[in-house]
Design a protein around this ligand. Structure first.
Ligand SMILES: *[C@@H]1O[C@H](CO)[C@@H](O)[C@H](O)[C@H]1NC(C)=O
Ligand SMILES: *[C@@H]1O[C@H](CO)[C@@H](O)[C@H](O)[C@H]1NC(C)=O
Ligand SMILES: *[C@@H]1O[C@H](CO)[C@@H](O)[C@H](O)[C@H]1NC(C)=O
Ligand SMILES: *[C@@H]1O[C@H](CO)[C@@H](O)[C@H](O)[C@H]1NC(C)=O
Ligand SMILES: *[C@@H]1O[C@H](CO)[C@@H](O)[C@H](O)[C@H]1NC(C)=O
Ligand SMILES: *[C@@H]1O[C@H](CO)[C@@H](O)[C@H](O)[C@H]1NC(C)=O
Ligand SMILES: *[C@@H]1O[C@H](CO)[C@@H](O)[C@H](O)[C@H]1NC(C)=O
Ligand SMILES: *[C@@H]1O[C@H](CO)[C@@H](O)[C@H](O)[C@H]1NC(C)=O
Ligand SMILES: *[C@@H]1O[C@H](CO)[C@@H](O)[C@H](O)[C@H]1NC(C)=O
Length: 548
């Protein structure tokens, strides 16, 4: 029995002695945020007879043969970050700063006293878990959705932890959401961005997570380049910009008609046909929107200059007419008028009231804007009027005695030229002849009346007087108008000469009877070259009786 006693004793001793030994940790589990400082609170006890020789924290509780457990403070991974806050009596608290996920581990306190082999390990240890933060959010949300973002940790942080949210690195100060969640009730476009979270009082910030908010096109607008005046022939670019997510498909419409697609609508050589209202339509899977209309206003110099006259048709003196110059241009042109080379004035309409023949001529207009100018074709203006300045002239040939009549010519000024002439003898109601020339066979006062389709006018009367000679009838004509005095003198001379001749013929040859014209009342033609060529006429008169 005796040999067994020491073992029992030892067991009793051990139990007794262990009663004074121990390590107690305040927290068996610690959940710590990355880069934070962790305090592992701990107390230890040992019998008062002992003196502490050595004490340290270690990461393992398994002792391999003949080797001491590794002291954390000697581990280069920890040495800089581990601080012993306790004492050599009972407090074994440490602080580990800037923890990383690699520090997640179980940690134990161990101490030795001055009595041989007295080594103690606090086996229950502290289980440290180091966590980072991860924002959890749906990948794509649509405007209006209710969106919940969660700040996740791999272990449960203390209840008192206050989460902070960042969007695009800016703290969302206005948000006061519960726990680790951020609730966006009705998400807006402006809510899109990079989100991260952190814990109040900690430096660590979670990685960014992008929140992509989809929305239909908005702010659809068209810009035109060049933005200034657009002149025909230039290159013009229409640029449709719109705000949407995802990017929209663009199509172009001119006055409601599809003309192309793509963000840029380019016209390499613009013409006035391109003028109009343009708009672009922006479409994505969430909706569509049209831009406002812009108006493309293409400038060009005048063209198609036309002059019209109203009323159309024949223009009669006294009428009122308007000339209308129409032209196509942008901006509208200034119109000026010309007759021949003379400027008449400006304005699209040129009116002439109570038109007279003086207004006849070639008219044209000039259309001019800042991009150029152009003339119209000429428009002839032909003013019609009834005969006027009607007069009778007497045509005289070189030979006085030739023929048996006097030719009277009726001349007049009219448009169109008078074609119809009627001859009258004064105080005789019916006409005596027609046609522009008239052979007068009797003496008397004659006048003509010239007609065109617009009217008629009479001439003054001319006096035609006939005297009959011995051989031939002698005709004396006195024009009613100027030169009459000279003519009368000449006629008197002629008469005197003829009388003398007649007397002398009678006396020389009594058998020779005076030639008695059967048509005493008719007139022998006498073609007078002109009123001023009287001398040959006199010479002929003097000469002729001798010849016959
Ligand atoms: C141990 O020491 C730390 C740091 O000095 C102190 O905060 C803590 O209260 C102490 N623990 C006990 C039980 O005295
Ligand atoms: C420490 O705690 C974590 C989570 O709480 C657990 O997964 C792990 O097994 C624990 N480690 C040990 C050694 O008990
Ligand atoms: C860790 O914390 C320190 C201050 O305690 C800070 O200067 C450092 O930027 C932090 N590092 C990271 C990665 O957050
Ligand atoms: C887009 O439209 C909104 C209103 O719908 C307006 O407040 C905002 O200023 C517009 N943005 C741009 C860049 O035009
Ligand atoms: C179209 O407009 C956008 C925004 O207004 C601008 O960034 C872009 O350069 C323009 N494109 C062209 C070809 O002008
Ligand atoms: C744009 O122009 C089209 C066709 O010219 C017209 O039907 C529409 O009402 C216009 N829209 C706006 C907003 O002016
Ligand atoms: C002038 O001519 C144009 C084009 O032919 C026409 O539209 C306009 O009514 C005319 N104006 C007048 C006053 O006759
Ligand atoms: C028209 O002009 C003529 C000659 O120029 C003149 O005699 C006449 O009185 C005018 N008529 C009117 C209505 O002005
Ligand atoms: C013709 O008539 C006018 C009046 O109508 C008269 O004065 C004139 O003497 C007359 N002439 C002749 C030759 O009868």
């Amino acid at each position: 029995m005796a040999p067994r006693l020491p073992l029992i004793f030892l067991l009793i001793i051990h139990r007794v002695s262990s009663a004074g030994w121990g390590v107690s940790y305040s927290h068996s589990h610690i959940c710590a945020l990355k880069n934070s400082s962790v305090i592992m609170s701990c107390t230890y006890t040992y019998p008062t007879a002992h003196q502490i020789v050595n004490m340290f924290w270690t990461k393992t509780n398994v002792k391999s043969d003949n080797t001491e457990l590794p002291d954390l403070s000697k581990d280069p991974e920890y040495s800089q970050r581990l601080h012993y806050l306790g004492d050599k009596q009972q407090n074994c608290t440490i602080r580990l700063s800037h923890v990383t996920q690699k520090d997640s581990h179980k940690y134990y306190f161990r101490f030795t006293t001055d009595k041989p082999d007295m080594v103690w390990l606090g086996r229950s240890g502290v289980n440290l878990t180091v966590t980072d933060l991860q924002v959890e959010s749906p990948e794509r949300v649509t405007e209006g959705d209710s969106v919940r973002l969660t700040c996740k940790s791999s272990c449960t942080l203390t209840d008192r932890a206050i989460f902070i949210w960042y969007r695009n690195s800016q703290p969302l100060t206005e948000r006061r959401d519960t726990n680790n969640e951020l609730l966006l009730q009705s998400v807006r476009r402006e809510d899109a961005g990079r989100y991260s979270c952190a814990l109040h009082g900690h430096t660590y910030i979670s990685p960014d997570v992008h929140l992509n908010v989809m929305y239909p096109p908005r702010n659809v607008s068209v810009s035109i380049s060049p933005s200034a005046e657009i002149v025909e022939g230039k290159k013009v670019i229409l640029n449709c910009s719109s705000d949407s997510n995802p990017p929209a498909e663009i199509s172009w419409f001119k006055g409601g008609t599809f003309v192309g697609s793509g963000r840029i609508y380019s016209i390499s050589k613009i013409s006035s046909d391109h003028s109009g209202e343009y708009k672009c339509k922006s479409i994505n899977e969430h909706g569509e929107k049209d831009s406002d209309n812009v108006t493309l206003n293409v400038m060009y110099p005048p063209r198609n200059i036309l002059v019209s006259i109203s009323p159309s048709g024949e223009i009669k003196e006294g009428n009122s007419v308007s000339l209308n110059c129409s032209s196509d241009s942008n901006p509208p042109a200034e119109i000026s008028w010309f007759k021949g080379g003379t400027s008449l004035g400006s304005g699209r309409i040129y009116s002439i009231s109570n038109i007279s023949s003086d207004h006849s001529g070639e008219y044209k207009c000039k259309s001019r804007n800042k991009h150029g100018e152009k003339y119209s074709d000429t428009l002839p203006l032909n003013v019609m009027y009834p005969p006027r300045s009607v007069s009778v002239s007497i045509i005289q040939s070189g030979l006085i005695w030739e023929g048996d009549s006097v030719t009277l010519i009726c001349s007049s000024d009219s448009n169109p030229p008078a074609l119809n002439f009627i001859w009258f003898k004064e105080n005789q109601s019916s006409s005596v002849g027609s046609g522009q020339s008239f052979s007068a066979l009797q003496s008397g006062r004659f006048y003509c009346e010239a007609h065109n389709q617009h009217g008629s006018q009479r001439s003054d009367a001319v006096t035609v007087t006939v005297h009959h000679g011995a051989v031939k009838n002698v005709l004396v004509i006195t024009a009613a108008s100027g030169g009459g005095f000279i003519i009368i003198i000449i006629i008197i001379i002629i008469i005197l000469i003829i009388m003398r001749k007649r007397r002398s013929i009678k006396s020389e040859d009594p058998t020779l009877k005076p030639v008695s014209d059967p048509n005493e009342d008719t007139y022998t033609a006498l073609e007078l070259k002109s009123m001023t060529s009287d001398l040959p006429f006199i010479a002929d008169l003097l000469k002729t009786p001798e010849d016959s």
